[in-house]
Design a protein around this ligand. Structure first.
Ligand code: FRU
Length: 421
């Protein structure tokens, strides 16, 4: 995952900012022969006060180039304090991106969000097209992260993460016949999934994988269930499988809500379709409490913070579960034989015996029977914390980068993404 125009490679496999703070992947798309990964970026500081769309481009999903920022806030505009997350849609050889404009008051509080769009003919330079539609009634200012697709009936659908005025999370949907005027169609979920609404649902994504329709989103405000090892992160990301009823503009949920990743840090994923049909997902490996974020060692050492996950090819297995594997372009594994002093690299662990790997001074990954445990000493508080799951751990794939470790097991059924310092 080399970034060809970087002087120093701080990560071997993961995309990272050269300065400032990176969060969600945005606008993932293959357009006119190139792969585009945009991302939430504050190039000026390692905080969330300002966001633009940083931009990586690749010809082959192996080497990347940093190119100029795609979208920046415009003073006196509805996006004056931030170009928030959103998605891409290609139509008539033009690349449209949909995003949320953020406005802050003089004290720095976010006070308004607007759904906006922009267009590009070369994938690099964008022309802003303004606001799409007025703010929906019955919702707080927390409405954001548009994603667009074309339905089987030819109409366009746009979904957004939203918070009702009574502080319950939802996903809302708009429909357009002409790609210009959008009708509000209400909640995408109706009364379904009452247990995972939290106070806000961020970054909704509607995708098709192996003929199955999937709705992915990132709820805020779920209560952790440590016994079930569920929802243990500050915010979590999960998915349901079902089908989208176009005439009712409603997603009919057919499975339980399941977390996408079992580790400490994976959030706000998006996907793109490669020309060969693969559905490839990236997430943000950095969702954590503000206190922890401030203490991330890369801030002091290198003046940047956070990385994107590896790109993962998605499938659905015969039990209707999501399967994730790093795309073949980034794989270069060797079998791990010695478990001491494991450093940056990719490893297969073919053994079904128990094992333990130490990473530096503060992190351990261990197999105990069919349980995989990642244990680390917190870099801010010094406390020890763990994430774990059970499954078939034979033939585990481990990708170790400078400050992030990803483990893939059970043929991609379980994945764990953890930062380590
Ligand atoms: C998710 C998120 C999005 C928002 C963006 C702002 O991490 O909070 O909902 O658009 O980050 O950077």
């Amino acid at each position: 995952m080399l970034v060809t125009n970087d002087q120093v490679a701080f990560e071997k496999y993961h995309l990272y900012p050269t300065t400032g703070l990176l969060n969600d992947p945005n606008g993932l798309v293959f357009f006119k022969g190139q792969y585009h990964v945009f991302y939430q970026w504050n190039p000026y500081d390692c905080n969330h006060k300002y966001k633009e769309w940083g931009h990586f481009v690749s010809d082959d999903l192996k080497t990347w180039q940093r190119v100029e920022t795609a979208l920046k806030p415009s003073l006196d505009n509805l996006d004056s304090a931030g170009i928030y997350s959103g998605a891409a849609f290609v139509s008539n050889e033009r690349l449209y991106v949909f995003y949320t404009g953020n406005v802050r008051d003089k004290d720095g509080h976010s006070v308004k969000s607007s759904q906006m769009w922009a267009v590009s003919d070369d994938g690099i330079h964008f022309e802003k097209l303004g606001e799409l539609f007025p703010h929906p009634e019955g919702f707080t200012k927390d409405v954001r992260d548009p994603m667009v697709w074309q339905g089987k009936n030819g109409h366009y659908f746009l979904i957004l993460g939203a918070q009702h005025t009574d502080k319950i999370g939802d996903i809302i949907v708009y429909e357009s016949v002409d790609f210009k005027t959008w009708d509000y169609r209400g909640s995408l979920l109706g009364e379904q999934l009452p247990d995972v609404r939290g106070y806000m649902l961020e970054c909704p994504g509607f995708i098709e994988v192996d003929g199955k329709q999937i709705l992915m989103f990132s709820p805020q405000g779920l209560s952790a269930d440590p016994l079930k090892h569920q929802y243990e992160n500050i915010h979590n990301t999960g998915y349901v499988i079902g089908h989208f009823d176009e005439s009712a503009a409603r997603f009919i949920v057919e499975t339980k809500f399941k977390e996408v990743d079992q580790g400490f840090e994976f959030y706000a994923p998006q996907t793109m379709i490669a020309p060969d049909g693969r559905r490839i997902m990236w997430g943000w490996a950095g969702m954590m409490t503000p206190e922890r974020e401030k203490a991330v060692p890369t801030i002091k050492e290198k003046q940047w913070v956070h990385v994107l996950s590896l790109p993962r090819e998605l499938h659905v297995n015969s039990s209707n579960e999501l399967i994730q594997k790093p795309i073949t372009e980034v794989i270069e594994t060797t079998n791990l034989e010695v478990f001491d002093g494991v450093d940056v690299g990719q490893y297969r662990i073919p053994t079904s015996d128990d094992w333990l790997i130490k990473f530096g001074e503060h992190a351990i990954l261990k197999r105990r029977g069919n349980v995989l445990v990642f244990e680390r000493r917190q870099w801010d508080s010094g406390q020890v914390e763990t994430r774990q799951f059970s499954g078939n751990l034979d033939n585990l794939l481990l990708v170790v980068d400078n400050d992030v470790i990803e483990a893939y097991t059970d043929d991609g059924l379980h994945v764990m993404t953890n930062r380590w310092f």
